[in-house]
Design a protein around this ligand. Structure first.
Ligand code: SIN
Length: 481
Protein backbone atom coordinates (compact mmCIF):
# COMPACT_ATOMS: atom_id res chain seq x y z
CA UNK A 1 0.00 0.00 0.00
CA UNK A 2 2.76 2.43 0.97
CA UNK A 3 4.74 1.82 -2.21
CA UNK A 4 2.62 4.43 -3.93
CA UNK A 5 3.68 7.16 -1.47
CA UNK A 6 7.28 6.09 -0.84
CA UNK A 7 8.72 8.64 -3.24
CA UNK A 8 7.18 11.61 -1.44
CA UNK A 9 6.72 10.42 2.17
CA UNK A 10 8.86 12.39 4.65
CA UNK A 11 9.44 11.64 8.32
CA UNK A 12 11.14 14.86 9.35
CA UNK A 13 10.41 18.59 9.35
CA UNK A 14 11.83 20.98 6.79
CA UNK A 15 13.65 24.01 8.25
CA UNK A 16 16.16 26.22 6.44
CA UNK A 17 16.63 23.64 3.68
CA UNK A 18 17.41 20.83 6.18
CA UNK A 19 15.34 17.84 7.32
CA UNK A 20 15.28 17.95 11.11
CA UNK A 21 13.73 16.23 14.15
CA UNK A 22 13.30 12.71 15.45
CA UNK A 23 10.25 10.88 14.06
CA UNK A 24 8.14 10.09 17.11
CA UNK A 25 4.51 11.24 16.72
CA UNK A 26 2.36 8.66 14.88
CA UNK A 27 0.07 9.80 12.04
CA UNK A 28 -2.79 7.41 11.44
CA UNK A 29 -5.34 6.64 8.75
CA UNK A 30 -8.80 7.79 9.95
CA UNK A 31 -10.44 4.93 8.03
CA UNK A 32 -8.49 2.12 9.70
CA UNK A 33 -6.74 3.65 12.69
CA UNK A 34 -3.48 2.18 11.35
CA UNK A 35 -0.26 4.14 11.58
CA UNK A 36 1.02 5.58 8.27
CA UNK A 37 4.25 7.17 9.50
CA UNK A 38 5.88 8.95 12.42
CA UNK A 39 6.85 12.61 12.40
CA UNK A 40 8.77 14.97 14.74
CA UNK A 41 7.36 16.60 17.82
CA UNK A 42 8.95 20.06 17.62
CA UNK A 43 8.12 23.10 19.72
CA UNK A 44 8.81 26.79 20.26
CA UNK A 45 12.61 26.52 19.98
CA UNK A 46 12.57 24.95 16.50
CA UNK A 47 9.78 27.27 15.40
CA UNK A 48 11.97 30.23 16.36
CA UNK A 49 14.80 28.71 14.30
CA UNK A 50 12.45 28.36 11.33
CA UNK A 51 11.26 31.97 11.71
CA UNK A 52 14.84 33.24 11.89
CA UNK A 53 15.74 31.21 8.79
CA UNK A 54 12.69 32.60 6.99
CA UNK A 55 13.67 36.12 8.04
CA UNK A 56 17.20 35.74 6.62
CA UNK A 57 15.89 34.12 3.44
CA UNK A 58 13.46 37.02 3.01
CA UNK A 59 16.37 39.36 2.26
CA UNK A 60 17.31 37.16 -0.72
CA UNK A 61 13.90 36.01 -1.89
CA UNK A 62 12.26 39.44 -2.06
CA UNK A 63 15.10 40.74 -4.24
CA UNK A 64 15.08 37.84 -6.71
CA UNK A 65 13.62 39.02 -10.01
CA UNK A 66 9.90 38.21 -10.31
CA UNK A 67 10.55 36.14 -13.42
CA UNK A 68 12.92 33.90 -11.46
CA UNK A 69 10.49 33.55 -8.51
CA UNK A 70 7.84 32.72 -11.05
CA UNK A 71 10.03 30.03 -12.62
CA UNK A 72 10.65 28.28 -9.27
CA UNK A 73 6.93 28.35 -8.44
CA UNK A 74 6.16 26.95 -11.90
CA UNK A 75 8.63 24.11 -11.25
CA UNK A 76 6.88 23.39 -7.93
CA UNK A 77 3.57 23.25 -9.81
CA UNK A 78 5.01 20.88 -12.46
CA UNK A 79 6.35 18.58 -9.73
CA UNK A 80 2.97 18.49 -7.99
CA UNK A 81 1.29 17.49 -11.24
CA UNK A 82 4.00 14.91 -11.95
CA UNK A 83 3.38 13.42 -8.48
CA UNK A 84 -0.39 13.96 -8.48
CA UNK A 85 -1.22 10.28 -7.92
CA UNK A 86 1.22 9.92 -5.02
CA UNK A 87 0.00 13.15 -3.42
CA UNK A 88 -3.63 12.10 -3.84
CA UNK A 89 -2.88 8.73 -2.30
CA UNK A 90 -1.24 10.43 0.65
CA UNK A 91 -4.20 12.81 1.08
CA UNK A 92 -6.59 9.84 1.14
CA UNK A 93 -4.43 7.88 3.56
CA UNK A 94 -4.10 10.64 6.13
CA UNK A 95 -7.39 12.49 5.60
CA UNK A 96 -9.77 9.73 4.52
CA UNK A 97 -11.51 11.33 1.51
CA UNK A 98 -12.20 9.16 -1.56
CA UNK A 99 -9.28 8.94 -3.97
CA UNK A 100 -11.17 10.73 -6.77
CA UNK A 101 -11.79 13.67 -4.43
CA UNK A 102 -8.16 13.62 -3.32
CA UNK A 103 -7.02 13.78 -6.95
CA UNK A 104 -9.40 16.67 -7.54
CA UNK A 105 -7.97 18.38 -4.46
CA UNK A 106 -4.41 18.05 -5.71
CA UNK A 107 -5.39 19.43 -9.13
CA UNK A 108 -7.24 22.29 -7.41
CA UNK A 109 -4.39 22.89 -4.95
CA UNK A 110 -1.75 22.89 -7.68
CA UNK A 111 -3.79 25.38 -9.73
CA UNK A 112 -3.00 28.06 -7.10
CA UNK A 113 0.70 27.44 -7.57
CA UNK A 114 0.36 27.74 -11.34
CA UNK A 115 -1.79 30.87 -11.09
CA UNK A 116 0.48 32.67 -8.59
CA UNK A 117 3.60 31.70 -10.54
CA UNK A 118 2.08 33.86 -13.26
CA UNK A 119 0.91 36.59 -10.87
CA UNK A 120 4.46 36.97 -9.48
CA UNK A 121 5.22 38.92 -12.66
CA UNK A 122 2.17 41.18 -12.33
CA UNK A 123 2.66 42.94 -9.01
CA UNK A 124 2.33 46.46 -10.29
CA UNK A 125 2.84 49.65 -8.36
CA UNK A 126 1.11 52.92 -9.20
CA UNK A 127 1.83 56.45 -10.28
CA UNK A 128 -0.83 58.72 -8.77
CA UNK A 129 -1.78 62.25 -9.80
CA UNK A 130 0.46 64.90 -8.29
CA UNK A 131 -0.95 67.25 -5.64
CA UNK A 132 1.67 69.94 -6.29
CA UNK A 133 3.71 71.04 -9.28
CA UNK A 134 7.13 70.15 -7.85
CA UNK A 135 6.24 66.66 -6.58
CA UNK A 136 5.08 63.22 -7.67
CA UNK A 137 3.17 60.46 -5.80
CA UNK A 138 4.18 56.83 -6.28
CA UNK A 139 2.98 53.56 -4.74
CA UNK A 140 5.28 50.57 -4.36
CA UNK A 141 3.96 47.11 -3.52
CA UNK A 142 6.35 45.11 -1.37
CA UNK A 143 6.15 41.72 0.39
CA UNK A 144 4.83 41.99 3.93
CA UNK A 145 7.63 39.74 5.27
CA UNK A 146 7.69 36.40 7.06
CA UNK A 147 4.28 34.69 6.99
CA UNK A 148 3.07 32.04 9.44
CA UNK A 149 0.67 29.70 7.61
CA UNK A 150 -1.53 27.60 9.91
CA UNK A 151 -3.51 25.09 7.88
CA UNK A 152 -6.41 22.66 8.46
CA UNK A 153 -6.85 18.90 8.02
CA UNK A 154 -9.85 18.92 5.64
CA UNK A 155 -7.80 19.89 2.55
CA UNK A 156 -4.23 18.91 3.49
CA UNK A 157 -2.89 20.00 0.10
CA UNK A 158 -5.04 22.85 -1.24
CA UNK A 159 -5.30 24.88 1.96
CA UNK A 160 -1.49 25.08 2.02
CA UNK A 161 -1.00 26.04 -1.62
CA UNK A 162 -3.88 28.57 -1.54
CA UNK A 163 -1.90 30.58 1.07
CA UNK A 164 1.71 29.67 0.46
CA UNK A 165 1.76 30.15 -3.33
CA UNK A 166 0.57 33.81 -3.25
CA UNK A 167 2.83 34.52 -0.26
CA UNK A 168 5.90 33.18 -2.08
CA UNK A 169 4.90 34.86 -5.34
CA UNK A 170 4.68 38.19 -3.49
CA UNK A 171 8.24 37.71 -2.24
CA UNK A 172 7.37 36.65 1.31
CA UNK A 173 8.90 33.65 3.08
CA UNK A 174 6.79 31.12 5.00
CA UNK A 175 6.77 28.96 8.11
CA UNK A 176 3.89 26.50 7.77
CA UNK A 177 2.29 24.59 10.64
CA UNK A 178 0.01 21.90 9.16
CA UNK A 179 -2.83 20.32 11.15
CA UNK A 180 -1.63 17.55 13.50
CA UNK A 181 -4.07 15.08 11.84
CA UNK A 182 -2.65 15.62 8.32
CA UNK A 183 1.00 16.71 8.33
CA UNK A 184 2.32 14.26 5.71
CA UNK A 185 1.02 16.09 2.63
CA UNK A 186 2.62 19.29 3.94
CA UNK A 187 5.98 17.54 4.35
CA UNK A 188 5.62 16.05 0.85
CA UNK A 189 5.00 19.56 -0.49
CA UNK A 190 8.19 20.70 1.27
CA UNK A 191 10.08 17.83 -0.36
CA UNK A 192 8.82 18.95 -3.80
CA UNK A 193 9.63 22.59 -2.95
CA UNK A 194 13.20 21.54 -2.20
CA UNK A 195 13.38 19.84 -5.60
CA UNK A 196 11.88 22.89 -7.29
CA UNK A 197 14.85 24.96 -6.06
CA UNK A 198 13.47 27.45 -3.54
CA UNK A 199 16.44 28.92 -1.63
CA UNK A 200 16.92 27.54 1.90
CA UNK A 201 14.59 29.08 4.47
CA UNK A 202 12.01 30.34 1.96
CA UNK A 203 9.49 27.58 2.79
CA UNK A 204 9.62 25.75 6.13
CA UNK A 205 7.28 23.14 7.62
CA UNK A 206 7.12 22.47 11.37
CA UNK A 207 5.09 19.74 13.13
CA UNK A 208 4.67 18.90 16.80
CA UNK A 209 3.31 20.82 19.79
CA UNK A 210 0.50 22.78 18.09
CA UNK A 211 0.05 25.25 20.91
CA UNK A 212 3.76 26.02 21.34
CA UNK A 213 4.28 26.40 17.58
CA UNK A 214 1.18 28.58 17.25
CA UNK A 215 2.19 30.81 20.17
CA UNK A 216 5.68 31.34 18.76
CA UNK A 217 4.31 32.14 15.30
CA UNK A 218 1.80 34.63 16.67
CA UNK A 219 4.14 36.32 19.18
CA UNK A 220 7.49 36.47 17.35
CA UNK A 221 7.95 40.02 15.99
CA UNK A 222 9.79 38.72 12.91
CA UNK A 223 6.53 37.18 11.69
CA UNK A 224 4.53 39.95 10.03
CA UNK A 225 1.43 38.04 9.05
CA UNK A 226 -0.57 34.98 10.05
CA UNK A 227 -2.67 33.25 7.39
CA UNK A 228 -5.01 30.73 8.99
CA UNK A 229 -7.77 28.38 7.89
CA UNK A 230 -9.73 26.63 10.62
CA UNK A 231 -12.41 27.12 13.22
CA UNK A 232 -13.78 30.52 14.19
CA UNK A 233 -12.87 29.86 17.85
CA UNK A 234 -9.18 29.28 17.04
CA UNK A 235 -9.19 32.17 14.55
CA UNK A 236 -10.34 34.55 17.30
CA UNK A 237 -7.64 33.24 19.63
CA UNK A 238 -4.90 33.72 17.02
CA UNK A 239 -6.20 37.18 16.17
CA UNK A 240 -5.94 38.13 19.85
CA UNK A 241 -2.41 36.74 20.10
CA UNK A 242 -1.37 38.66 16.97
CA UNK A 243 -2.57 41.95 18.45
CA UNK A 244 0.53 42.31 20.67
CA UNK A 245 2.83 42.64 17.65
CA UNK A 246 0.14 44.10 15.33
CA UNK A 247 0.49 41.40 12.70
CA UNK A 248 -1.73 41.31 9.67
CA UNK A 249 -4.15 38.39 9.78
CA UNK A 250 -5.87 36.57 6.94
CA UNK A 251 -8.54 34.27 8.35
CA UNK A 252 -10.65 31.64 6.58
CA UNK A 253 -12.96 30.52 9.38
CA UNK A 254 -16.11 28.48 9.85
CA UNK A 255 -19.33 28.80 7.91
CA UNK A 256 -22.96 27.88 8.45
CA UNK A 257 -24.00 27.86 4.82
CA UNK A 258 -27.66 28.28 3.89
CA UNK A 259 -28.81 26.41 0.76
CA UNK A 260 -32.11 27.83 -0.49
CA UNK A 261 -34.21 25.86 -2.98
CA UNK A 262 -37.12 27.85 -4.41
CA UNK A 263 -40.23 26.27 -5.90
CA UNK A 264 -39.15 27.30 -9.42
CA UNK A 265 -35.83 25.43 -9.12
CA UNK A 266 -34.85 22.69 -11.56
CA UNK A 267 -35.19 19.61 -9.34
CA UNK A 268 -32.29 17.63 -10.87
CA UNK A 269 -29.92 20.58 -10.67
CA UNK A 270 -30.98 21.20 -7.08
CA UNK A 271 -30.44 17.59 -5.97
CA UNK A 272 -27.03 17.45 -7.66
CA UNK A 273 -25.99 20.77 -6.17
CA UNK A 274 -27.07 19.82 -2.63
CA UNK A 275 -25.32 16.46 -2.86
CA UNK A 276 -22.10 18.07 -4.14
CA UNK A 277 -22.13 20.83 -1.57
CA UNK A 278 -23.29 18.81 1.43
CA UNK A 279 -21.51 15.49 0.99
CA UNK A 280 -18.13 16.50 -0.53
CA UNK A 281 -15.40 15.31 1.86
CA UNK A 282 -18.13 13.62 3.99
CA UNK A 283 -19.50 17.06 4.83
CA UNK A 284 -16.18 18.34 6.14
CA UNK A 285 -15.70 21.61 4.24
CA UNK A 286 -16.21 25.14 5.54
CA UNK A 287 -18.57 25.78 2.62
CA UNK A 288 -20.73 22.66 3.03
CA UNK A 289 -24.47 23.38 2.97
CA UNK A 290 -25.47 23.33 6.63
CA UNK A 291 -29.05 24.62 6.59
CA UNK A 292 -31.03 23.43 3.56
CA UNK A 293 -34.16 25.58 3.14
CA UNK A 294 -36.69 23.98 0.79
CA UNK A 295 -39.84 25.74 -0.43
CA UNK A 296 -43.03 24.30 1.05
CA UNK A 297 -44.49 23.45 -2.40
CA UNK A 298 -41.63 21.11 -3.36
CA UNK A 299 -40.46 20.05 0.12
CA UNK A 300 -41.87 16.49 0.15
CA UNK A 301 -40.74 15.65 -3.39
CA UNK A 302 -37.27 17.08 -2.74
CA UNK A 303 -36.89 15.27 0.59
CA UNK A 304 -37.86 11.96 -0.98
CA UNK A 305 -35.50 12.32 -3.98
CA UNK A 306 -32.59 13.42 -1.81
CA UNK A 307 -33.10 10.50 0.60
CA UNK A 308 -33.07 7.96 -2.24
CA UNK A 309 -29.86 9.47 -3.64
CA UNK A 310 -28.16 9.52 -0.24
CA UNK A 311 -29.22 5.94 0.59
CA UNK A 312 -27.26 4.80 -2.46
CA UNK A 313 -23.95 6.30 -1.35
CA UNK A 314 -21.14 3.87 -0.81
CA UNK A 315 -19.35 4.43 2.50
CA UNK A 316 -15.87 3.10 3.19
CA UNK A 317 -12.14 3.51 2.94
CA UNK A 318 -11.22 6.19 0.39
CA UNK A 319 -8.75 3.98 -1.49
CA UNK A 320 -11.63 1.74 -2.61
CA UNK A 321 -12.65 3.08 -6.05
CA UNK A 322 -16.39 2.54 -5.40
CA UNK A 323 -16.48 4.62 -2.25
CA UNK A 324 -17.92 8.14 -2.33
CA UNK A 325 -18.15 8.85 1.43
CA UNK A 326 -15.08 8.34 3.60
CA UNK A 327 -14.67 8.46 7.39
CA UNK A 328 -14.76 11.53 9.59
CA UNK A 329 -11.35 12.77 10.64
CA UNK A 330 -11.46 11.63 14.29
CA UNK A 331 -13.64 10.60 17.23
CA UNK A 332 -14.29 14.20 18.27
CA UNK A 333 -15.74 14.96 14.82
CA UNK A 334 -17.88 11.83 15.00
CA UNK A 335 -19.23 12.77 18.43
CA UNK A 336 -20.19 16.26 17.22
CA UNK A 337 -22.19 14.83 14.30
CA UNK A 338 -23.85 12.34 16.62
CA UNK A 339 -24.75 15.11 19.05
CA UNK A 340 -26.29 17.28 16.30
CA UNK A 341 -28.48 14.44 15.07
CA UNK A 342 -29.59 13.46 18.59
CA UNK A 343 -30.35 17.07 19.46
CA UNK A 344 -32.38 17.52 16.25
CA UNK A 345 -34.44 14.35 16.75
CA UNK A 346 -35.08 15.16 20.42
CA UNK A 347 -36.48 18.50 19.27
CA UNK A 348 -38.78 16.97 16.66
CA UNK A 349 -36.79 16.33 13.45
CA UNK A 350 -37.32 12.98 11.73
CA UNK A 351 -34.68 10.78 10.17
CA UNK A 352 -35.38 10.01 6.49
CA UNK A 353 -32.20 7.99 6.06
CA UNK A 354 -29.07 7.28 8.13
CA UNK A 355 -29.00 8.86 11.58
CA UNK A 356 -26.38 6.70 13.34
CA UNK A 357 -22.78 5.55 13.34
CA UNK A 358 -22.00 3.25 10.41
CA UNK A 359 -21.61 -0.53 10.80
CA UNK A 360 -18.02 -0.13 9.62
CA UNK A 361 -17.42 1.39 13.09
CA UNK A 362 -14.26 3.53 13.54
CA UNK A 363 -14.88 7.11 12.41
CA UNK A 364 -17.66 6.29 9.91
CA UNK A 365 -21.11 7.90 10.12
CA UNK A 366 -24.08 7.03 7.92
CA UNK A 367 -24.96 9.65 5.28
CA UNK A 368 -28.08 11.19 6.78
CA UNK A 369 -31.12 13.22 5.75
CA UNK A 370 -33.24 14.88 8.45
CA UNK A 371 -36.59 16.49 7.79
CA UNK A 372 -38.46 18.99 9.93
CA UNK A 373 -35.30 20.76 11.09
CA UNK A 374 -35.96 24.08 12.84
CA UNK A 375 -33.94 27.05 13.98
CA UNK A 376 -33.91 26.08 17.66
CA UNK A 377 -31.80 22.98 16.93
CA UNK A 378 -28.01 22.87 17.37
CA UNK A 379 -27.62 21.97 13.70
CA UNK A 380 -29.03 25.39 12.76
CA UNK A 381 -26.66 27.29 15.02
CA UNK A 382 -23.25 25.85 14.13
CA UNK A 383 -21.76 23.86 11.27
CA UNK A 384 -22.15 20.10 11.68
CA UNK A 385 -19.03 19.24 9.63
CA UNK A 386 -20.38 15.82 8.77
CA UNK A 387 -22.61 13.97 6.28
CA UNK A 388 -25.92 15.23 7.64
CA UNK A 389 -28.41 17.11 5.43
CA UNK A 390 -30.92 18.99 7.59
CA UNK A 391 -34.03 20.17 5.70
CA UNK A 392 -35.88 23.31 6.80
CA UNK A 393 -39.25 24.35 5.32
CA UNK A 394 -40.05 27.89 4.10
CA UNK A 395 -42.73 29.67 2.08
CA UNK A 396 -41.73 33.34 1.78
CA UNK A 397 -38.65 34.77 0.07
CA UNK A 398 -38.27 37.59 2.59
CA UNK A 399 -38.46 35.19 5.53
CA UNK A 400 -35.92 32.75 4.10
CA UNK A 401 -33.40 35.52 3.34
CA UNK A 402 -33.80 36.87 6.88
CA UNK A 403 -33.33 33.37 8.30
CA UNK A 404 -30.35 32.64 6.02
CA UNK A 405 -28.66 35.83 7.24
CA UNK A 406 -29.55 35.17 10.88
CA UNK A 407 -26.12 33.84 11.83
CA UNK A 408 -22.75 35.20 12.87
CA UNK A 409 -21.15 33.37 9.90
CA UNK A 410 -20.97 34.64 6.33
CA UNK A 411 -18.81 32.38 4.18
CA UNK A 412 -20.88 30.71 1.42
CA UNK A 413 -24.58 30.65 0.51
CA UNK A 414 -26.36 28.69 -2.22
CA UNK A 415 -29.55 29.35 -4.16
CA UNK A 416 -31.46 27.21 -6.63
CA UNK A 417 -33.94 29.10 -8.79
CA UNK A 418 -34.55 29.64 -12.50
CA UNK A 419 -35.79 33.21 -11.98
CA UNK A 420 -33.14 35.75 -13.06
CA UNK A 421 -34.56 38.63 -11.02
CA UNK A 422 -34.58 36.46 -7.93
CA UNK A 423 -30.99 35.38 -8.65
CA UNK A 424 -29.92 39.03 -8.51
CA UNK A 425 -31.95 39.72 -5.38
CA UNK A 426 -30.28 36.75 -3.67
CA UNK A 427 -26.79 37.70 -4.88
CA UNK A 428 -27.26 41.17 -3.40
CA UNK A 429 -29.19 40.37 -0.22
CA UNK A 430 -27.38 37.32 1.15
CA UNK A 431 -24.67 38.47 3.58
CA UNK A 432 -22.01 36.03 2.45
CA UNK A 433 -18.59 36.28 0.80
CA UNK A 434 -19.68 33.72 -1.82
CA UNK A 435 -23.12 33.14 -3.38
CA UNK A 436 -23.38 30.10 -5.62
CA UNK A 437 -26.38 29.79 -7.94
CA UNK A 438 -27.66 26.39 -9.12
CA UNK A 439 -24.31 24.77 -8.35
CA UNK A 440 -22.82 23.05 -5.31
CA UNK A 441 -19.09 23.37 -6.05
CA UNK A 442 -17.62 26.71 -7.06
CA UNK A 443 -14.08 26.99 -5.67
CA UNK A 444 -11.39 27.76 -8.23
CA UNK A 445 -8.08 29.61 -8.34
CA UNK A 446 -9.43 32.46 -10.50
CA UNK A 447 -12.07 33.63 -8.01
CA UNK A 448 -11.83 35.12 -4.50
CA UNK A 449 -12.66 32.74 -1.63
CA UNK A 450 -13.45 34.17 1.79
CA UNK A 451 -16.10 35.22 4.23
CA UNK A 452 -17.90 38.11 5.88
CA UNK A 453 -18.76 38.56 9.58
CA UNK A 454 -17.16 35.88 11.82
CA UNK A 455 -16.22 33.73 8.82
CA UNK A 456 -13.02 35.64 8.40
CA UNK A 457 -10.89 38.41 7.00
CA UNK A 458 -9.33 38.66 3.56
CA UNK A 459 -9.62 36.59 0.41
CA UNK A 460 -7.66 33.69 -1.04
CA UNK A 461 -7.31 32.91 -4.73
CA UNK A 462 -7.58 35.23 -7.76
CA UNK A 463 -5.64 38.47 -8.21
CA UNK A 464 -7.17 39.68 -4.92
CA UNK A 465 -5.45 36.86 -3.00
CA UNK A 466 -1.91 38.13 -3.54
CA UNK A 467 -2.77 41.61 -2.23
CA UNK A 468 -3.08 40.12 1.28
CA UNK A 469 0.68 39.49 1.26
CA UNK A 470 1.72 42.94 0.00
CA UNK A 471 2.38 46.22 1.78
CA UNK A 472 1.62 49.49 0.02
CA UNK A 473 4.39 52.01 0.31
CA UNK A 474 3.79 55.64 -0.64
CA UNK A 475 6.89 57.31 -2.08
CA UNK A 476 6.77 61.05 -2.47
CA UNK A 477 9.29 62.58 -4.82
CA UNK A 478 9.60 66.29 -4.09
CA UNK A 479 11.79 69.20 -5.10
CA UNK A 480 11.29 68.79 -8.84
CA UNK A 481 11.87 71.90 -10.86
C1 SIN B 1 -12.60 24.85 3.05
O1 SIN B 1 -13.31 24.00 3.51
O2 SIN B 1 -12.10 25.72 3.79
C2 SIN B 1 -12.23 24.93 1.59
C3 SIN B 1 -13.26 24.44 0.67
C4 SIN B 1 -12.95 24.80 -0.76
O3 SIN B 1 -11.87 25.30 -1.06
O4 SIN B 1 -13.83 24.59 -1.59
Amino acid sequence: MHQMINKILQHQCYVNGQWIGESIDPVSNPATGKEIAKIPHLGAHETRQAIEAASSALQIWKKILPKERSGILRKWFDLQIEHRDELAHLVTLEQGKPLAEARAEVTYGASFVEFYAEEAKRINGDVLPAHRADGRNFVLKQPIGVVGAITPWNFPHAMITRKVAPALAAGCTVVCKPAPDTPLTALALAHLAQQAGFPDGVFNVITGDAQAIGEELTSNPLVRMIAFTGSTAVGKLLMGQCAQTVKRVALELGGNAPFIIFDDADMDKAINAVVASKFRNAGQTCVCANRIFVHDKIYDEFAQLLSVTVENFSVGEGLDANVNIGPLINTKALEKVEHHVENATQKGASILTGGARHDLSGNFYQPTVLSGVTTDMQLAKEETFGPVAGLFRFSSEDDVVAEANNTTSGLAAYVCTENISRIWRMAEDLEYGIVSVNEGVFSNELAPFGGMKESGLGREGSHYGIEEFLELKFVFLGGLS
